[in-house]
Write a protein that binds this ligand. Sequence first.
Ligand code: MYA
Ligand code: JJ1
Length: 388
Amino acid sequence: AHAFWETQPVTQFSAERSAPELPEGAIQPPQKVEDVRQEPYKLPSAYEWCTCDVNDAQEIVEVYTLLTNNYVEDDDNMFRFDYSKEFLRWALKLPGYTSQWHIGVRAKTSKKLVAFISGVPARIRVQSAVVRMAEINFLCVHKKLRSKRLAPVLIREITRRVHLRDTWQAVYTAGVVLPKPLATCRYWHRSLNPKKLIDVGFSRLARNMTMARTIKLYKLPEQPLSPGIRPMHPADVPAVTALVTTYLQQFAIAPVLSEEEIAHLLLPAAGVVSSYVIGGEGGRVSDLCSFYTLPSSIIGNPEHSTLKAAYSFYNVATSVPLEQLMTDALILAKQDDFDVFNALDIQHNEAFLKDLKFGPGDGFLHYYLYNWRLNKELQPRQVGLVML
Ligand code: MYA
Ligand code: JJ1
């Protein structure tokens, strides 16, 4: 059923390879870098490989345009992720990144970009092992080139280029089921602008509810509840790194983040990422909440062209209840004109989702590891890693 994935070092669905007596860890031993295949994989003759320079103003527009027109949609094809250029640059330029892992496919004659896949370096702790990995994201094949087995070629090529950097494992997420999810998580949604969400078909008026009652139900205070909550500053990086590091230790899978990575991922960037802290003036930061900006195009709506969504990122509460901290995240997102606040049921999110009036979405996110085996599927609450 999976002609490609059956050939890859991933946990298979079949009983044989998921037998619990097999050891946890690498499925295949690392090769020698000098033994890694030197030639790129073969593409159909009308296409050629390119590396995309995300620092180049024109090349980032090409990646943006491919994704904005061809990337992930919901099950009913009503919404499509619309990652901004600034966001893509941020997500692809993580400390230690290489443009060798920002891989495009162009049509030879027109030079049009028709496919893309990316990787960024990360250290991921899986239970007690800290493993150097590539985080793979933004796999996309133009709609007109679908079902021609181009995706396996892109995956093989990025695998080769990751191997050339002496890296033998990867982590990725997808909305589709592949062999074999490490964890299956659900999206939850908190309406901030219920009228627009209903108008565009993102949500529906509940039975026995009027629009006026719905608007009242989702109303939030104008100002955050926690005195002193403020945007994170560069001076907070060491304290936030310490806070996040301790927090992430409790999960079965989580990133190990350096100060440099925390600075890159969490320092506020307009239209990309928002982070707020409590405490820290000369002392230690006690709490952190953060979310990233990922709008979706609304497909074929004459009134509204985009849905402005905030996605929960890393949140740590120590001086206030988590529910209060996340209420502040909702208030701050509302102040910034977001229409909806999205979160997965990972981390400690289950503890506040229902009380803060999030509702379950129709989308799931499956987490996967390449060339790393675990004996047991994880519960969403054991997942600490957020992929962009
Ligand atoms: S997840 C987001 C993926 N992107 C989208 O969903 C955007 C919209 N869709 C598309 O652009 C295309 O439909 C894609 C497939 C490109 C997804 N992950 O070329 P095909 C398998 C992995 O004929 P197309 C993200 O970015 C499928 O099961 N495999 O199909 C993380 C089948 O294999 P098999 C997928 O529809 C990506 C084969 O591809 C996915 O034209 C992580 C069919 O190929 C998927 N999301 O193109 C990638 N969807 O026959 C893996 C389909 O076996 C990284 N397929 O069932 C692995 C680690 C690599 C590094 C390792 C280093 C050590
Ligand atoms: O956004 C999603 N679903 C929405 C819209 C559904 C439209 C019809 N299909 C949804 N809305 C209900 C909200 C409602 C608000 C009030 C309270 C009750 C709930 O459920 C879904 C997630 O739920 N999104 C997707 O399906 C997009 C794809 C998700 C997979 C992402 C893969 C990422 C890959 C790369 O890393």
